[in-house]
Write a protein that binds this ligand. Sequence first.
Ligand SMILES: Nc1c(NC[C@H](O)[C@H](O)[C@H](O)CO)[nH]c(=O)[nH]c1=O
Ligand SMILES: CC(=O)[C@@H](O)COP(=O)(O)O
Length: 165
Amino acid sequence: MATQLKNLSDFSTATAIPDASAFTFGIVVAEWNAEITNALYQGAYNSLIKYGAQEDNIHSYPVPGSFELTTGAELLLKTGKFDAVICLGCVIQGETRHFDFICAAVADGVTNVAIKYSKPVIFGVLTTDNQQQAIDRAGGKHGNKGDEAAVTAIKMAKLAATLEQ
Ligand SMILES: Nc1c(NC[C@H](O)[C@H](O)[C@H](O)CO)[nH]c(=O)[nH]c1=O
Ligand SMILES: CC(=O)[C@@H](O)COP(=O)(O)O
């Protein structure tokens, strides 16, 4: 379903959202397009708190760009201190094919880190044609992808904890 057909912040039809109080979250935030990624971060942080996460269990780290999100996730999970890592970024198409390489590298990279550590790494990265599409998905008319990333992190952390028992 395309984002334009759903709201990224509407969980009314989704499965129940578990209590997040027992989990520790890392959030890695790309500094490129900071006005967008800061909005994504705010959405993610507020959603984690809304669903029970403790402030002291949310740890956030900036990285220069979305390409560095993979390394950020690796460095966090290597510590063994996190139940899930949320990666937030915004990649906007420019004049060249650089967009394609970054998007593919980050998607593949965070997937591989999640598998390596058997821990949820959430792809909270906007990959848009233009600035307006990003604004619409960072607290605009289509909701906030940070909200979606946070709820996904909670659900996956719960799943991992349940299966590890
Ligand atoms: N153009 C965008 C970038 N580019 C920077 C890369 O992510 C990376 O930091 C650089 O290539 C050095 O390794 N990053 C974004 O997050 N968004 C963009 O639109
Ligand atoms: C995604 C990018 O790296 C891109 O915004 C950079 O712009 P350009 O492709 O015009 O160099």
